[in-house]
Write a protein that binds this ligand. Structure first.
Ligand code: G3P
Ligand code: MG
Length: 247
């Protein structure tokens, strides 16, 4: 899957376009980057949709839990609340996002972060796999989550999918946990990611993703350290730095 420092647009091209919308995803892929990172949850009628928070309040003009709304209700919400200059944008269904991605960048890497905000995570995994399992992008998908138990379930139930372990704290040997859980990669908060951790992971053949890297000097640092995936809100800047680095 990995052949250079791959740049993934965090929630799409979210520095400029409304996060986790089809517009932000299309704009990110049009930059010619390597793929996307985005967050998935379920509506009450079990449709996988792309949104970060458990509540819709921050990113849309609605109120309440996404998990208490049905899909049709979510389609009334404007997900461009913070960037109104981009007009009306829906909370997208996973299925539509994958179809768009396949059209624009069939060779991309799609890091689907599974957001677990309640106990019914098995249903979430099963529904997400139902949508992704038949999709032509299925081999291009890398699932990740902070909820490692849900990833363990995913890998045990659907072994052909790759998983990446998310960590939001300092962790000494993330590769060790990756091996135990049969994970493909570890996804580390860049603030806790040292040169040694990256080289240890590489020595154990475990690719490293860092998130969320936006400052140019940090982008440069992680490219220099041969990080496998760089997840950024400014994928345009990251791509430019990577190009300069190659020359
Ligand atoms: O997957 C990396 C990153 O997105 C994890 O944190 O809160 O931005 O989803 P968050
Ligand atoms: Mg995320």
């Amino acid at each position: 899957m990995v052949n250079k420092c791959m740049i993934l647009g965090h929630r799409g091209f979210s520095a400029v376009y409304p996060e986790n919308t089809r517009l932000a995803f299309r704009k990110a892929l049009n930059l010619g980057i390597d793929g996307l990172e985005f967050d998935v949850q379920l509506t009450v009628d079990e449709v996988p949709v792309i949104i970060h928070d458990p509540m819709v309040n921050r990113t849309t003009d609605g109120h309440g839990l996404i998990s208490s709304m049905n899909y049709l209700q979510t389609q009334q919400l404007n997900a461009a609340l913070d960037k109104p200059e981009h007009g009306f944008q829906t909370v997208p269904a996973l299925h539509d996002v994958l179809n768009d991605a396949y059209e624009v960048c069939p060779e991309g890497i799609y890091n689907i972060e599974i957001k677990v905000y309640n106990d019914d995570w098995k249903t979430l995994i099963d529904r997400v796999v139902t949508v992704t399992g038949q999709h032509p992008l299925r081999k291009r998908i890398l699932f990740s989550s902070f909820h490692h138990k849900c990833l363990e379930y995913l890998k045990a139930s659907y072994p052909s999918f790759e998983i990446g372990l998310l960590f939001d704290r300092e962790i000494v040997e993330p590769w060790y946990i990756a091996k135990q859980l049969k994970a493909y990669s570890v996804h580390l908060d860049y603030q806790f990611t040292s040169e040694d951790i990256i080289s240890d992971c590489h020595a154990k053949q475990v690719p490293v993703a860092v998130w969320t890297v936006d400052r140019p000097e940090q982008i440069e640092r992680f490219i220099h350290l041969n990080t496998d995936f760089l997840i950024s809100n400014v994928p345009d800047v990251a791509k430019r730095i990577r190009e300069n680095f190659a020359n």
